[in-house]
Design a binder for this molecule. Structure first.
Ligand code: CA
Length: 221
């Protein structure tokens, strides 16, 4: 899951970025509104965490521009405690949720999981697919009820494919979910993660669509 974090306070940004990375999100940081708009146009994000007080283009304008472009990406705004008006304006401008600064990282993580769940039209916080169940909050996976140990990248690869069950994801689309800006991607990394997932779960779980990418069928095997 790839998140765009828009925050000009570098101390806060570093902390949030680390916290989100720890929760398994790939994070890109934009430090002003212009950078945020560029990023939102050039990359597909699973969610945006948006500070409202930003240099160059303020957060509310960023939000409006994203929504004018009809981008459905979930947006969570960060606001000051006394800024009720900002929160109302933000929600009415298309934000899906807000957090009041200072906030707890675990709450931000949980709110993002809730936004991603709603965006994928799921009610159950655990993603279930036949014999496999993936719990984004616990970061755990089971096969037939038995825990399966996965690396963080394997987990993220499985999550991306499960959340898009029935759709073929290209290698590049999977990489986009796994790596933020500046993170080095080994050329065959996704193939390796898929190979490990087939071995640790079961071979037929993930189909290869030659020349296109990978697929977990909508209906479990
Ligand atoms: Ca700010």
């Amino acid at each position: 899951m790839r998140i765009l974090l828009v925050e000009d306070d570098s101390l806060l940004a570093d902390g949030v970025r680390a916290g989100l990375a720890q929760a398994g999100f790939a994070v890109d940081l934009a430090i002003d509104g212009e950078e945020a708009l560029l990023a939102a146009q050039s990359q597909s994000y699973d969610a945006v965490v948006l500070d409202l007080g930003l240099p160059r283009v303020d957060g509310l304008s960023v939000l409006r521009r994203i929504r004018e472009g009809n981008q459905p990406v979930p947006v969570l705004i960060l606001t000051a405690r006394d800024a009720i008006g900002d929160r109302v304006k933000g929600l009415d401008a298309g934000a899906d949720d807000y957090l009041i600064k200072p906030f707890d990282l675990t709450e931000l993580q949980a709110r993002l999981r809730a936004l991603l769940r709603r965006a994928s039209h799921r009610a159950d916080p655990v993603v279930r697919h036949g014999r496999v169940a993936l719990d984004p909050a616990a970061r755990s996976v089971t096969l037939d009820g038995q825990a399966v140990e996965l690396s963080a990248r394997e987990f993220a690869t499985l999550q991306a494919l499960l959340m898009n069950a029935g759709r073929v994801l290209s290698k590049a689309q999977i990489e986009d979910k796994l790596y933020g800006w500046g993170e080095e991607i080994e050329s065959n990394a996704v193939e390796v993660y898929v190979h490990h997932l087939r071995r640790k779960l079961f071979p037929d779980l993930i189909r290869t669509v030659r020349g296109v990418g990978y697929l977990i069928p909508r209906e479990p095997a």
